[in-house]
Write a protein that binds this ligand. Sequence first.
Ligand SMILES: Cc1cc2nc3c(=O)[nH]c(=O)nc-3n(C[C@H](O)[C@H](O)[C@H](O)COP(=O)(O)OP(=O)(O)OC[C@H]3O[C@@H](n4cnc5c(N)ncnc54)[C@H](O)[C@@H]3O)c2cc1C
Length: 448
Amino acid sequence: MNKRQFLKTSGALVTGSFLSRFAPAQLPPAKPRTNWAGNLTYHTTNLFEPTTVAELQQIVRDHPKLRPLGTRHSFNTIADSTQAQISLANFKDITLDPQRKTVTVGAGVRYGDLAPVIDAKGFALHNLASLPHISVAGATATGTHGSGIHNGNLSTSVRAIEFISADGSLHTLSRDLDWDTFPGAVVHLGCIGVVTSVTLDLEPTFQVAQTVYLDLPFNELEHHLTDIFSAGYSVSIFTDWQNHRSTELWLKRRIQPGEKLDTPALFYNAKLATKDLHPIPALDAVNCTPQMGVPGPWYERLPHFRMNFTPSSGAELQTEYFVPLSDAYKAITAVETLRDRITPHLLTTELRTIAADNLWLSMACQRDSLAIHFTWKPEWPAVQELLPLIEAQLAPFNPRPHWGKLFTLSPTKLHQAYPKMNDFKLLVHQYDPNGKFRNQFIDTEIFS
Ligand SMILES: Cc1cc2nc3c(=O)[nH]c(=O)nc-3n(C[C@H](O)[C@H](O)[C@H](O)COP(=O)(O)OP(=O)(O)OC[C@H]3O[C@@H](n4cnc5c(N)ncnc54)[C@H](O)[C@@H]3O)c2cc1C
């Protein structure tokens, strides 16, 4: 493994002598901290957790290197640091503006904290990721997404961000006032400063009913992919890549109070499920949001996983690539050729759609997209060998990897996939001229 691969994937390498070769010698003997999946032990034990903006500003001024940290749900080294991390977990304010239909949340607020508060006041967000456990600030920093052919990722609902730049000064950038820089600043990968709050667009609250279908033949995707992904407000297709079919299809439809849901026994030759299911078929559905067409609030149906339960498997790695929606079926069949190598190491694959946006580093920037996601068993050596093979299969479609998940694509290919990459670098330079907030991941993937 070369240094570059290490930087992307050190998450899987927490044990053994390899890590010690890279760990700084001066680390104090404190308890090591890991990311959520436990595949990465952060390379510093220094963690600041300020409680006020003034305290945060002082910490920023006092330290030459500092990396913002959210709820630690990224799988790669994007939030890692060899020197110091700063968490805004104590920034928990939620301020609703019903007239402007916005909510401003402190950087420590998670979607699961926010959703019931705004729902109680009659409001909703346009979409959510598969889990509500992640912070709004950390999720929108990486272009985190849900599904829905007309739904942009979660960063598209950001209307303004407030952050502390490298010199300790406070800035606000908004969609309305800073039309030239704002699209570059929303998916910022933690590079422009420490975000203190994020203002989000709201819409009236709505209800969703979730129905699951089994064994969708891939032939139906070949002929009806857009229709299938348009059949609900949010649609997720899961597969183990075997037998040219999906294992489960989750259809999330908006529903009016009292409206009767049409749930035919067959949906494009997939069979209606007769009980609640987990996307990983072997796991218990108790961790999942209710299905079987039972209507409920948006925030208890759009994520697959319930707030007070472990999302997904818990012991896993994740990878995801975005390709243009127009190439979706070709990209699926390109990956399918690797099925007998992928399946033994896979917990599940999820296929989702994301509407194009104009955010410079969004994986869906200027492209309606299909996202091909892999939840892997925690078997890094095998996954590490598979990623370049999958990336080679997807190369004709100019894939964009999820910023918070594991990938091995070269920086050259990454830069080719993002036409506004140089503008992003200039923007970062404006707020952080000496690279205070940059870590090895950012230096390698963005600035190399
Ligand atoms: C079980 C599971 C399911 C997932 N499902 C999805 C999914 O459905 N869709 C999807 O797109 N992704 C998904 N992800 C990935 C996840 O959404 C992203 O990795 C997200 O960025 C994690 O947010 P976080 O708050 O944990 O931030 P972290 O992982 O801690 O940090 C992510 C980035 O945000 C920056 N950051 C965090 N806080 C701040 C701040 N205050 N100021 C400046 N920068 C900051 C960090 O520097 C870093 O660059 C999933 C991950 C897990 C573990």
